[in-house]
Design a protein around this ligand. Structure first.
Ligand code: EPZ
Length: 419
């Protein structure tokens, strides 16, 4: 069991290069098995979720090979097994994309209910509603979702709630359905556009990804493709906040700056200096007194819920009263208990957290209660006085490539110990 130990406070300065997007990668790998051909996926992040998904598709018969740390060759000609009920599937949320991918390719799928971070109930009713609308019979028995369709037919699907996962899953199945599918009130996250671009290179006909109406005309077959995954919006945001919380100056490189607009605007409002370049953003907070602001999480292009724990942590050391409203998940404040152990003043009522800025946090022993909560603990540790020990690092490893190496290169005092 690994732990991260940080000795703070640290002032992070320098450049950091952002890895490929986790949430695009976990959709694009299942999409690759729809091809009955060879795909080459580049700029994959080197993280545990990719390792788990690679193990899962290999068990299903895909021949996979890492050509280097970030490039995976997937030969899905041997994929026969339409059942994915293994342990890996239960570990991660995104394994449910195998449902859409297998249903599209084989008109049949059997996948264990997904795991993933715990922020209250995480229903998948909208995914199943979409599959049913396309003609699939869906049953859930002993935590395994079983689906079969004599014929998969395009349909008009209106999303009651904007859902990233349901939009992706329905898009996957629809590319190999007969006829036209229209997804209304679709999610618009960058990784949805990335997946659509990949599928289109494979021969799919998808229009409108990135808007709230996606139109898909089904095709008979997809072919292999070579594709480079977009940079990770959330990893980039985490390092931008790292600059702000440590009073540092970081050039966050290899990103798409427009993906960061909602965060850049908030950091500027707080008093940090933000400079945008073609594929980088510099956040300079040296000798700047940051003041608290109000933040509301929303679907893209709103402020991402996956940066909420990191932003709330920053607000605990900003001057004045901050207000955070979590509109996406019903219970994503578990980590605030950990911040309180470090001296943060936070009151949570339902979906709202109110912070009263303190001059400093104090290092202590905390746990990563989930992936982004883990990132928040790292940020807290970097600005806290003394030693912070972070347990349950496995959550952080699911989504952040070489976090301690990147932070060390920026001048942070962080090390990993294996116990
Ligand atoms: C994706 O989860 C991300 N995961 C999450 O990131 C992210 O927090 C979330 O989108 C929101 O941006 C992946 O991409 C693998 P949703 P997903 O379906 O798809 C409700 C991270 O840290 N809903 O957009 O599971 C749901 O309860 C992870 O990287 C239904 O009601 O999220 C929630 O309130 C954590 N019925 C809202 O929609 C459904 O069938 C948004 O969920 C599906 C969702």
């Amino acid at each position: 069991m690994d732990k991260l130990i940080i000795n703070g406070p640290c002032c992070l300065k320098g450049e950091v290069s952002i890895s490929g997007a986790k949430n695009a990668a976990v959709a694009i790998i299942p999409a690759a098995i729809m091809a009955d051909d060879i795909c080459l996926i580049e700029n994959l992040p080197c993280i545990e979720d990719v390792v788990s998904l690679n193990a899962t598709i290999s068990k299903m018969g895909a021949k996979t090979e890492f050509l280097d740390k970030h490039t995976l060759k997937i030969d899905s000609r041997g994929v026969e097994n339409v059942s994915a009920t293994f342990e890996e599937v239960r570990k991660m949320r995104a394994s449910y994309y195998l449902l859409g991918a297998l249903l599209g390719r084989y008109k049949k799928a059997e996948v264990a209910m997904p795991g993933g971070c715990d922020f209250g109930t995480r229903p998948i009713d909208l995914h199943l509603k979409g599959f049913r609308a396309m003609g699939a019979e869906v049953t859930v028995e002993r935590n395994v979702i079983k689906m079969e369709a004599k014929k998969l037919t395009g349909a008009s699907i209106y999303m009651d709630t904007v859902s990233v996962g349901a939009t992706i899953n329905i898009m996957l199945a629809a590319v190999l359905a007969e006829g036209r599918t229209v997804i209304e009130n679709a999610a618009k996250e960058p990784h949805i556009v990335d997946l659509a671009n990949f599928l289109n290179i494979m021969g799919a006909k998808i229009k409108g990804a990135g808007t709230d109406v996606i139109r898909i005309t089904g095709v008979e077959k997809l072919h292999g493709a070579q594709y480079t995954i977009i940079p990770d919006q959330i990893e980039a945001g985490t390092y931008m906040i790292a600059a702000a919380i440590t009073g540092g100056d970081i050039l966050v490189k290899n990103i798409i700056p427009t993906h960061m607009d909602s965060l850049s605007a908030k950091l500027a409002e707080m008093g940090a200096e933000i400079t945008e370049f073609d594929d980088a953003i510099r956040v300079n907070a040296v000798e700047k007194k940051l003041h608290a602001v109000a933040v509301q999480t929303m679907a893209y292009p709103g402020f991402p819920t996956d940066l909420q724990p990191q932003m709330t942590t920053l607000l605990t050391v900003a001057e004045g009263i901050g207000k955070v409203t979590e509109n996406v998940w019903e219970n994503r404040y578990q980590y605030t208990q950990m911040l309180k152990l470090m001296g943060a003043q936070i009151n949570v009522e339902g979906r709202v957290a109110i912070t009263t800025g303190v001059t400093t946090l104090n290092g202590t022993s905390v746990d990563a209660t989930d992936l982004r909560a883990g990132a928040a603990m790292v940020l807290a540790g970097l600005c806290a006085k003394g030693e912070t020990t972070i347990g349950e690092v496995k959550y952080i490893d699911r989504g952040y490539e070489e976090i301690e190496t990147k932070i060390t290169a920026l001048g942070g005092n962080i090390r990993r110990v294996s116990l």
